[in-house]
Ligand binder design. Structure first.
Ligand SMILES: NC(=O)c1ccc[n+]([C@@H]2O[C@H](COP(=O)([O-])OP(=O)(O)OC[C@H]3O[C@@H](n4cnc5c(N)ncnc54)[C@H](OP(=O)(O)O)[C@@H]3O)[C@@H](O)[C@H]2O)c1
Length: 254
């Protein structure tokens, strides 16, 4: 693939993200608290998470091992942080979430596989086959966008993991219902886990400083901002005592 082709695929993919973004405010992705029987065949929730996130992990490992540029520069740092994130999302997160009778529609698993295939494919291919040793040299490591990006990535990952942990610990073994989360950034927003994930991929885009990295950040926002809005509305509809001053996903803003 040449640079022009990759750029056009990325621009087209960003265009689709914008359409999906608007649509998701009206059609809730039916997993977790928004699960419904209307979306056809369903599978075990933990298995669903593992299967749908596996392409993001596997594709990056594949490109790291086989790519012509993977070890000729500091580009392995970008592969490593991506793989580190997806080791949690693919393996650790599904093990940690509490088992409930809830299932996940195959339609969601399939669309997530497609989404992860394109995003990891674009990023992995670019880093492995199209980047240059000059691009990810020692100077890159000392650039302002790398330093800010790496800081944001680490902060975002901490917020995401800590918030997911708080949510997971709300249920005691055997419980299946929902409670109002409190403490940490839940004081300000309904979905700090999604906020952390957005900050993480903003950080990655700044570190990577390339079009596929930006494309993935746009997709993350396109997915997670409406999902956070759906979560927030769900809390307000289901808990009369839900804190009214809590924002949706961006502290003090939205
Ligand atoms: N990069 C992306 O585009 C993307 C897309 C989707 C998700 N993600 C990431 O995947 C993770 C999960 O996302 P999500 O939207 O499914 O998160 P979520 O709805 O906040 O759920 C996270 C876990 O906590 C449980 N939980 C949530 N709220 C609870 C409450 N009030 N009381 C008791 N248990 C509660 C959920 O159980 P239930 O499953 O039973 O609701 C689930 O096991 C997040 O870290 C997110 O950033 C990333």
């Amino acid at each position: 693939m040449n640079t022009q082709t990759l750029n056009w695929i990325s621009y087209g993919w960003i265009g689709i993200a914008l359409i999906v973004h608007v649509t998701m405010f009206y059609i809730k992705a039916p997993f977790g608290r928004h699960t419904t029987e209307k979306w056809g065949l369903t599978i075990n929730n933990k298995l669903g998470w593992f299967i749908m996130e596996l392409p993001s992990l596997g594709i990056m490992i594949y490109f790291l091992i086989t790519g012509t540029q993977s070890f000729t520069s500091y580009v392995w740092i970008l592969f490593s942080v991506w793989i580190f994130h997806y080791l949690n999302r693919t393996i650790i997160f599904p093990i940690r979430i509490k088992s409930t009778p809830k299932k996940i529609p195959l339609a969601i698993v399939s669309s997530a596989i497609f989404f992860n295939f394109i995003n990891a494919g674009l990023n992995g291919y670019y880093l492995a086959e199209m980047s240059t040793a000059e691009q990810y040299s020692f100077e890159w490591l000392t650039s302002i966008h790398f330093i800010i990006g790496a800081t944001l990535f680490v902060i975002g990952m901490f917020i995401n993991w800590k918030s997911d942990s708080i949510l997971i610990s709300l249920r005691k073994e055997g419980e299946t219902g929902y409670k109002i989360p409190k403490g940490f950034l839940f004081h300000y927003i309904s979905s700090p886990n999604l906020f952390g994930e957005i900050i993480e991929w903003l950080g990655f885009a700044l570190m990577a400083w390339n079009l596929p990295g930006l494309t993935f950040m746009v997709w993350t926002c396109a997915n997670l901002i409406p999902r956070a809005k759906n979560h927030h509305d769900w809390y307000l509809n289901n808990f009369q005592d839900y804190p009214k001053d809590r924002k949706i996903v961006f502290p003090f803003l939205y």
